[in-house]
Write a protein that binds this ligand. Structure first.
Ligand code: ITT
Length: 208
C-alpha cells in the first residue's frame, strides 16, 4: 500500500474543505487544500457514476499536485424517478441553476407520486487516488423520502425537501434536513458516513 503523510482535498468548495477537515482531524494525516499548494484544476465531471466522477476529480488534482488526492462526489437518487437526478444533481433543472430551481423541478416531477412512494437516498462516494491509480474508495448513504413541499432554512441543495427516515435516536422522523442543526445533519449524513470510513482507513494506514 502507498505510504503518505499528506493528502490533497480535490475540491475548490471552501465549505466542503472545512467540513472534511473537521471530520479527518484525528487521523494524524495532514490535509492540504488546492489553494495552499497553488494548484488550479477544474475537472469536468463526465462520468455516469458517483465513483467515476470522484475518480476523475481525485486523479486530476493528484496529477497536478504530485501527491495523493481524494475527492467526493455526491447527489440525490429518487426511486420514483429511476435514480434521477443522480450524478446530475447540481444541474438537474438546467446548467447554472440555483438550489431552488432544482427543488422546484423535483417537486413538480413528483407531484402525482403519493406519500409512501417518494423514497430517495443521498449518496456520497469518496475516492483516493495517487496519480491515475485508485487506492481506495468509500460509499456513504442516507435513506429518506421527498417531502410534499420545502421546509427549513439550514443546509444547502436538496436539504429542504429531504426527510431522513430515522433520526439519531432511531425513532420515526418528520423533519427535513434543512430543519436540523448542522451537528444533527453531520451525525447522519451520507458525506459524514463516507468520511468516517475514510478516516478509519487513514488511521490504519498510519499505524500499519
Ligand atoms: P465539487 O466542487 O467538490 O464537485 P459540488 O458543489 O459539485 O462539489 P457535489 O458533487 O458533492 O457538490 O454535490 C452535487 C449536488 O448534490 C449538490 O449541488 C447538491 O444539489 C446535492 N447534494 C449533495 N450533498 C447534499 C447534501 O448534503 N444536502 C443537499 N444536497 C446535496
Amino acid at each position: 500500500m502507498a505510504e503518505f503523510s499528506k493528502i490533497l482535498i480535490a475540491t475548490n468548495n471552501a465549505h466542503k474543505i472545512e467540513e472534511i477537515r473537521a471530520i479527518l482531524a484525528g487521523t494524524g494525516i495532514e490535509i492540504v487544500s488546492p489553494r495552499e499548494l497553488g494548484v488550479e484544476v477544474d475537472p469536468e465531471e463526465t462520468a455516469s457514476t458517483f465513483k467515476g466522477n470522484a475518480i476523475i476529480k481525485a486523479s486530476e488534482f493528484s496529477l497536478a499536485a504530485g501527491i495523493p488526492a481524494f475527492a467526493d462526489d455526491s447527489g440525490l437518487c429518487v426511486d420514483a424517478l429511476e435514480g434521477a437526478p443522480g450524478v446530475y444533481s447540481s444541474r438537474y433543472a438546467f446548467e447554472g441553476c440555483t438550489f431552488e430551481d432544482n427543488n422546484n423541478k423535483l417537486l413538480d416531477a413528483l407531484k402525482d407520486v403519493p406519500e409512501g412512494k417518494r423514497n430517495a437516498k443521498f449518496v456520497c462516494v469518496i475516492s483516493l487516488c495517487d496519480g491515475r491509480n485508485l487506492l481506495s474508495d468509500f460509499r456513504g448513504e442516507l435513506s429518506g423520502s421527498i417531502a410534499i413541499s420545502p421546509k427549513g432554512d439550514n443546509g444547502f441543495g436538496y436539504d429542504p425537501v429531504f426527510v431522513p427516515d430515522f433520526d439519531k435516536m432511531r425513532s420515526r422522523n418528520t423533519r427535513t434536513l434543512a430543519e436540523m442543526t448542522k451537528k444533527e445533519k453531520n451525525s447522519i449524513s451520507h458525506r459524514s458516513n463516507a468520511l468516517k470510513m475514510f478516516a478509519s482507513y487513514l488511521r490504519n494506514q498510519l499505524h500499519s
